[in-house]
Design a protein around this ligand. Structure first.
Ligand code: 3HC
Length: 308
């Protein structure tokens, strides 16, 4: 078989980690690896986005220092471990592990993995932070499907303990064990899942969010009321509509479409209100408006004018 694969390194030998994509998830993943002592290459197509990501990481590390979770020297050392760049070739040439956290789009990920396979060392493990796209499908774009795995972090990455580890159809059990061990080294709790639409996290979370949007759409209750029921009644830290804004309504819609296509069942069809909000560009926190209206620097939760 013409394959680029070679024996993956043990978790203790993983030192150089490349994170592809510096958005919310990518910068959080880079922060966690750097804080735990790994040398991180953070790569993105956009230099201004990388600058913004570094200031976000610095700000988030300052929060941890202010709370006594890290001393100043460790904070500075963590930041110094992150090197940014726009060249995928430079960022991957000595990677032991790549964690891809680019846009949640199947075609983009397939092309990226084709390139990552060409550019990274043969022993390198290629992980994806996809929320729902098939790992087996992504692995098929490479010559090393046994070394491709899902490493699904939760937002905000530095805070949330879970990493969902998704095994593709061809993922080598040694690779799975390596990534499980590595997740423990990051102070996370890994949970293994098989490669079916939405895996575990989003297969359960997204129908709840979609149902909350239907509840609003049908006029059963308002935005604040729906979220209050779930916060106070079920002890969720955020109501489902606030959580949808936090994740990004475009991301929620993309995941629901994967579930709907993958299972072919009407129960996964995205609510028309969600589809309309995404078409209108109201995507939640990142655009300043979704079910709530957001103001930079303010923690106040104001229902968006159209839902008042
Ligand atoms: N970096 C470092 N620390 C951070 C941080 C960050 N980016 N964001 C928050 N924190 C810390 C704060 O400093 C604070 O620390 P402390 O407990 O030591 O004081 C703590 O997290 C709580 O933050 P805040 O006080 O600012 O705010 P809240 O108490 O309201 O908590 C929250 C914020 C942790 C986001 C909480 O509301 C929550 O858990 N929400 C639900 C999050 C969730 O469900 N995430 C999963 C989304 S689904 C997903 O990601 C999968 C994808 O595929 C869709």
């Amino acid at each position: 078989m013409d394959t680029a694969s070679s024996t993956p390194r043990s978790p203790l030998h993983i030192q150089h980690v490349t994170v592809v994509g510096c958005g919310t998830m990518g910068n959080g993943i880079a922060q966690v690896f750097a804080t735990c002592g790994f040398a991180v290459e953070l790569v993105d197509l956009s230099a201004p986005a990388l600058e913004k990501a570094m200031s976000t990481i610095a700000r988030n590390l300052d929060r941890v220092v202010a709370k006594g979770g890290l001393d100043h020297e460790s904070r500075d050392a963590a930041l110094a471990r992150i090197h940014c760049g726009t060249s995928l070739a430079e960022a991957t040439h000595q990677a032991d592990l790549v964690v891809e956290a680019a846009t949640e789009n199947r075609q983009i990920k397939l092309e990226l993995f084709r390139q990552l396979d060409q550019l990274s060392p043969a022993s390198c493990i290629l992980a994806t932070n996809t929320s729902s796209i098939s790992i087996t499908d992504i692995a098929g774009a490479t010559r090393r499907p046994a070394q491709v795995i899902g490493m699904h972090f939760m937002n905000p990455v530095p805070v949330m303990k879970l990493v969902e580890i998704i095994k593709g159809y061809n993922t080598d059990p040694v690779v799975t064990a390596t990534i499980v061990e590595l997740s423990h080294r990051l102070g996370k709790i890994p949970v293994e899942a098989n490669d079916y639409p939405g895996f575990v996290a989003n297969r359960i979370l997204m129908p709840m969010i979609n149902e909350a949007i239907h509840t609003l759409y049908e006029g059963v209750a308002g935005v604040a009321e729906i979220d209050t029921v779930m916060k106070l009644g079920m002890a969720h830290p955020m109501g489902p509509l606030q959580l949808a804004d936090f994740i990004g309504l475009d991301v929620c819609l993309a995941i629901l479409r994967v579930l709907h296509d993958g299972f072919g069942q009407a129960k996964y069809a995205p609510c028309p209100l969600l589809v309309k909000m995404v078409s209108s560009g109201n995507l939640g926190v990142k655009t300043g408006k979704g079910f709530y209206a957001y103001q930079a620097g303010s923690k106040d939760l104001l229902v968006a004018p159209e839902f008042r």
